[in-house]
Design a protein around this ligand. Structure first.
Ligand code: FAD
Ligand code: MLT
Ligand code: ZN
Length: 451
């Protein structure tokens, strides 16, 4: 029997995709920069079927690549040539919400937006949120330890994770879904899988902590002079506003690109060098508190505040449209990094010169999550110089004590530079864990760990 026949027996022939034109739709990443040719796509419906797919690939010695919503930005969600691509698209169960514990167990293929819809009608919410919500899956979010726009209040995806069910490389199922907030019984296998980028197991189900749905919301778009002013402003807002939930940064050139590609009106009468978008959320309307604090902040050059849903979404569009606007301008070299906050302004100032040396004709668009010093460095017209640009940016970031990956992961894009952020001993420890759980390198080869 061929591997395809084994897979068809395990999950049904209609869920083993071999038609080239159908398989092709799984083979290229969101940015258009990374692709690979899969042998076939397998779409299991539950944990048992997932284990059968993994066992069949292990028996045939064929590598397995894992794909959720394929919105990852480091090339880790596309297949290596000749592999089986395991899609989690059918792992979409949402168990009844445990309202007493404020927790829910969901299939790894549930999208963030679907989960938001399911829990919001019960007065609960998901602590992590970002623009890919309609497509990204909770399994992918855990596998990348996604961050996003609310990290300053609720932390990253790892902080929402209370339990996991996963299939290891030999087909073993590990299930730990009780969700006890206190449970000190040895190694934290749940947390280990968060941020493992599909290299240690296929996550099939998750137990997530939920947060209260806060209906009182206000969003402000604030014009500031530069990065240093943005950092000072956010520092002040954090102290003055316990309801602060998001603090995002972008610049004049990013705003111009977003306005051009998305057809948005100018937010202010004048142009400004930099912009901070903030959101406050609490039970009652925070608009007055936010206005009062902004009126007293010396960094504010201009500001506009919205309390109603339409107005809030209109302001968020200036920030959330960056990724699509950049992609519409060409295939970007995307480098998601973090720099300690005191060094953020210096790092931003040093980036253009470092990039110009590596790719003189490149165009830099920067934006990010300012409170975590998380910069999204997007370099256009430089994809042929991707390695030199990545090297320049990641070395610069490391020289400031920063991280080569704040929230997107290492993937295929950054694995040659892992040693800039992790010590030799740490990499050896990670390799030992990988070898213990996946000795034949079956799961997501070429992702995360350098050769
Ligand atoms: P995929 O892209 O399919 O996969 C990502 C990685 O996870 C791969 O290594 C894959 O093999 C692995 N994986 C997926 N599912 C599983 C599973 N069930 N078990 C094991 N491994 C698995 N990211 C942020 O952190 N913050 C942001 O603010 C943010 N904003 C974004 C905005 C846009 C417009 C876009 C396009 C992307 C954004 N991202 C952001 C990146 C991306 O959405 C996240 O990395 C997300 O977590 C990926 O989820 P996914 O389901 O699409 O995973
Ligand atoms: C974001 O914050 O919008 C993202 O992480 C996506 C990106 O970097 O383009
Ligand atoms: Zn981001």
């Amino acid at each position: 029997m061929t591997l395809e026949q084994d897979l068809a027996e395990a999950i049904g022939a209609t869920h083993v995709l071999t038609d080239r034109s159908v398989v092709a739709s799984y083979e290229t990443d969101w940015t258009g920069r990374f692709s690979g040719v899969a042998r076939c796509v397998a779409r299991p419906a539950d944990t048992g079927q997932t284990a059968a797919v993994v066992r069949a690939c292990a028996a045939a010695g064929v590598p397995l690549c894992i794909q959720g919503g394929n919105t990852g930005l480091v090339g880790a969600s596309v297949p290596v040539d000749g592999s089986v691509l395991l899609s989690t698209a059918r792992l979409t169960t949402v168990d009844p919400v445990d309202v007493v514990s404020a927790q829910v167990t969901v299939g790894a293929g549930v999208t963030l937006a679907a989960l938001q819809r399911a829990v919001r009608e019960l007065g609960l919410d998901v602590g992590v949120d970002f623009a890919a919500r309609e497509s990204c899956t909770v399994g992918g979010m855990v596998a990348t330890n996604a961050g996003g726009e609310r990290v300053l209040r609720y932390g990253t995806m790892r902080a929402q994770l209370l339990g996991i069910e996963a299939v290891l490389a030999d087909g073993t199922v590990v299930s730990r879904l009780t969700g006890l907030p206190k449970d000190n019984t040895g190694y934290d296998v749940v947390s280990l899988l968060a941020g493992s980028e599909g290299t240690l197991g296929v996550i099939t189900r998750l137990r997530l902590r939920l947060v209260p749905m806060l209906a009182g919301r206000a969003v402000a778009l604030v014009a500031v002079a530069d990065t240093a002013a943005a950092v000072r402003l956010v520092r002040g807002l954090r102290d003055a506003l316990p309801s602060l939930e998001a603090a995002e940064l972008f610049y004049a050139d990013g705003l111009a690109l977003v306005r051009e590609k998305a057809g948005l009106p100018a937010p202010f009468a004048d142009e400004h060098p930099a912009y901070v978008l903030v959101e406050c959320a609490q039970r009652h309307d925070p608009t007055d508190e936010l206005l009062e604090v902004l009126a007293a902040a010396p960094e504010v050059r201009d500001a506009t505040v919205a309390g109603d849903v339409r107005g809030r979404h209109a302001l968020w569009a200036y920030r959330e449209s960056h990724t699509e606007a950049i992609n519409a301008a060409g295939v970007p070299v995307k480098l998601d990094v973090a720099v300690p906050l005191p060094a953020l302004a210096d790092a931003v100032a040093a980036l253009p010169a470092a990039i110009a040396v590596a790719a003189p004709a490149a165009r830099l668009i920067l934006f990010g999550h300012v409170n975590e010093g998380n910069l999204h460095v997007n370099v256009l017209d430089a994809v042929e110089r991707a390695e030199a640009v990545s090297d320049a940016v990641l070395r610069l970031v490391a020289s400031y004590g920063g991280s080569i990956s704040a929230e997107h992961g290492v993937g295929r894009a950054k694995r040659p530079w892992l040693a800039l952020s992790r010590s030799t001993e740490e990499i050896a420890m990670m390799r030992a864990i990988k070898n213990a759980l996946d000795p034949n390198g079956l799961l997501n080869p070429g992702v995360l760990l350098p050769d």
